[in-house]
Design a binder for this molecule. Structure first.
Ligand code: ADP
Length: 271
C-alpha cells in the first residue's frame, strides 16, 4: 500500500525568495525504510516539512504539485498537529522535550488528546519499553544523555501511534554511542513494520538495513535506488563520506544479478 505519494512538487520560500524543490516525485510504500541524503541546502528538510504540513502552515512557502499522505493533502490537514499519520523527529532533541520527568514527557501528547489515564499509562509504558527507557521513567529529562533524549523524543511520538516516522538528521547533535542507539532503534522499529524516512549524513550503519536511498541535489531527486546500487553509483557527491567497506559488504548482495560491480571494482572506479 502506498502511504505517501508526491508528484511534481515545487516549493518556493517567500522570504527570502528561494526555489528549494524543483519537481520532486516520490512514492513511499508501507513498511519502507528510506534513507534521504544530500548536501546541506539540497532540500531534505523542505521535503520533510512538506510531507508533514509544516510547510506551508508553519513555515511560509508556496508548495505546488500533488502531495498525498494517507490520501490527505498535508497542506490542508497538517499531519504534524496530531502525529496520527506522520510523526517527525528533528535534529535537536531538547526542542521536542516538554516535561521535567521522562514518563511525563511521553504522557504529554496523550494528555493533550484527553486520553483516559488507564490507556495512557499503558501507552507510556509500551513506548518507553520500545526505546529502552522504561527503567529511567522517573528520571529528570535534563539528566539524560543525548542518545537517550532523542530516544525519548521518539518514544513520545511513538506513543501517539503514527503510521510513518520521519527523522530529519536525528543524530547530528549526538555522539557515536547515542547515534548507534538511535539507529539500532530505527532498525528495530522498521523490522516491526514501521515506515521510516530518515535524512542522515552518517550512512554506514543504516545502509545495510534501508530499502532505498533517495539523494537530493539542488532541489531535485538525483538518485532513488536500492542501497547496493546507490553505493555502486557513488554517494560522495551527495555529501556522504565514503561508506565503509564493511557497510558496502553488508549492503551489497553478492548473488544479486542486479549488483553491477563488486566492492573491489567500486574502489577501482573511484580512484
Ligand atoms: P537541507 O535540509 O538539505 O539542508 P533545506 O531544505 O533546509 O536543505 O534547504 C533547501 C534550500 O532552501 C536552501 O537553499 C536553503 O537555504 C533554503 N531555505 C531553507 N529554509 C528556508 C526558509 N525558511 N526561507 C528561505 N529559504 C530557505
Amino acid at each position: 500500500m502506498k502511504v505517501i505519494e508526491i508528484e511534481n512538487l515545487f516549493v518556493k520560500y517567500l522570504d527570502p525568495p528561494r526555489l528549494a524543490l524543483k519537481g520532486i516525485s516520490l512514492s513511499v510504500e508501507e513498511g519502507d525504510f528510506i534513507l534521504l541524503v544530500g548536501r546541506t541546502g539540497s532540500g531534505k528538510s523542505t521535503l520533510i516539512n512538506s510531507i508533514n504540513g509544516v510547510i506551508p502552515n508553519v513555515i511560509k512557502a508556496e508548495a505546488r504539485g500533488r502531495i498525498s499522505v494517507f490520501g490527505k493533502d498535508p497542506r490542508e490537514s497538517p499531519v504534524y498537529k496530531t502525529a496520527l499519520d506522520v510523526g517527525t523527529v528533528y535534529q535537536v532533541p531538547e526542542s521536542q522535550i516538554f516535561a521535567l520527568v521522562v514518563e511525563d514527557d511521553v504522557a504529554f501528547g496523550l494528555e493533550n488528546r484527553g486520553m483516559p489515564p488507564e490507556e495512557m499509562r499503558g501507552r507510556v509504558r509500551e513506548a518507553l519499553e520500545l526505546v529502552g527507557l522504561w527503567r529511567k521513567r522517573d528520571h529528570p529529562t535534563f539528566l539524560l544523555s543525548g542518545g537517550e533524549k532523542q530516544r525519548l523524543v521518539i518514544a513520545s511520538i511513538l506513543a501517539l501511534k503514527p503510521k510513518v516516522l520521519i527523522l530529519d538528521e536525528p543524530t547530528s547533535m549526538l555522539d557515536a554511542i547515542g547515534t548507534e542507539e538511535v539507529f539500532q532503534l530505527l532498525r528495530k522499529l522498521n523490522e516491526e513494520g514501521m515506515t521510516i524516512i530518515v535524512a542522515e549524513h552518517k550512512v554506514e550503519y543504516l545502509l545495510p538495513f534501508v530499502d532505498r536511498v533517495v539523494a537530493l541535489e539542488n532541489g531535485v531527486i538525483a538518485l532513488d535506488e536500492e542501497p547496493h546500487r546507490a553505493v555502486a553509483k557513488g554517494l560522495a557527491k551527495f555529501g556522504v563520506e565514503e561508506p565503509q567497506v564493511a557497510a558496502l559488504h553488508r549492503a551489497a548482495k553478492p548473488d544479486d544479478a542486479l549488483c553491477p560491480i563488486t566492492v573491489e571494482e567500486f574502489f577501482e572506479v573511484d580512484k
